[in-house]
Design a binder for this molecule. Structure first.
Ligand code: SF4
Length: 218
């Protein structure tokens, strides 16, 4: 596989992080509070799948427990052909570069994309996340009419708050082609990327290889 959405986001924070994810994942240390947030985010994402009513989820696994991307992309294409109203984990691959949209909803003349975030507000990182998806989906021929982020609102009975970020996502998606092929080369190169630790180790997210890189620096 080429560059996934996660690869892109992490590689743009630091190319070494992307390389380590691929070649030395055993050096990763995920703090328990971060893992808890990730798990809560997944649970909120599962809950949001039904926010527009009936849906088809494409998630498929191989015998080894890993995601079966080929099957997911195939099932997504079947759903698009069948006119499925709501597709969850709608998977797309463009020259091996990959993403899965949390929710893809059929609309007049195209589709609406919804990215679910267990958060109370829109951040710049969320826009980039949706912008990357927009790049992949439009390159795969999907006519996106709208791009939105689904936030976690204050009312637990009605927790889904929709923010339209179409214009910002479009603007960011126009920058993806400038970086995606470069990051693809970095991901698969044999030699470790020797990026010096710096501000990128903490911003926008604290890096899970912080101990590894700072240990080597000493
Ligand atoms: S600790 Fe810093 S230099 Fe090392 S991979 Fe993470 S962000 Fe990059």
């Amino acid at each position: 596989m080429g560059v996934t959405k996660t690869d892109y986001m992490r590689g743009m924070q630091c190319p070494r992080m992307l390389w380590l994810d691929r070649h030395k994942p055993e050096e990763r240390v995920i703090p328990p509070e971060v893992q808890k947030k990730l798990d809560e985010g997944n649970a909120f994402g599962d809950l949001a799948m039904g926010m527009f009513g009936a849906y088809v989820e494409t998630t498929a696994y191989k015998e080894n427990g890993r995601l079966d991307i080929t099957q997911m992309v195939k099932k997504t294409q079947e759903c698009l052909r069948d006119g499925t109203q709501v597709i969850c984990e709608a998977a797309f691959s463009y020259y091996g570069n990959y993403c899965a949209a949390d929710i893809l909803r059929k609309a007049e003349g195209g589709y609406e994309l919804y990215e679910v975030k267990n958060s109370g507000g829109v951040s710049e990182q969320f826009i980039k996340d949706v912008g990357f998806q927009r790049y992949i989906l439009t390159r795969c021929g999907v006519r996106l009419k709208k791009c939105c982020i689904v936030l976690h609102g204050a009312e637990e009975e009605k927790p889904f708050v929709i923010e339209d970020v179409t214009a910002q996502a479009r603007a960011f998606s126009q920058t993806v082609n400038d970086n995606i092929w470069r990051l693809g080369k970095i991901k698969f190169q044999k030699e470790e990327v020797l990026q010096e630790p710096g501000p990128q180790c903490k911003e926008p997210y604290e890096c899970w290889y912080y101990d590894y890189c700072h240990r080597l620096k000493q």
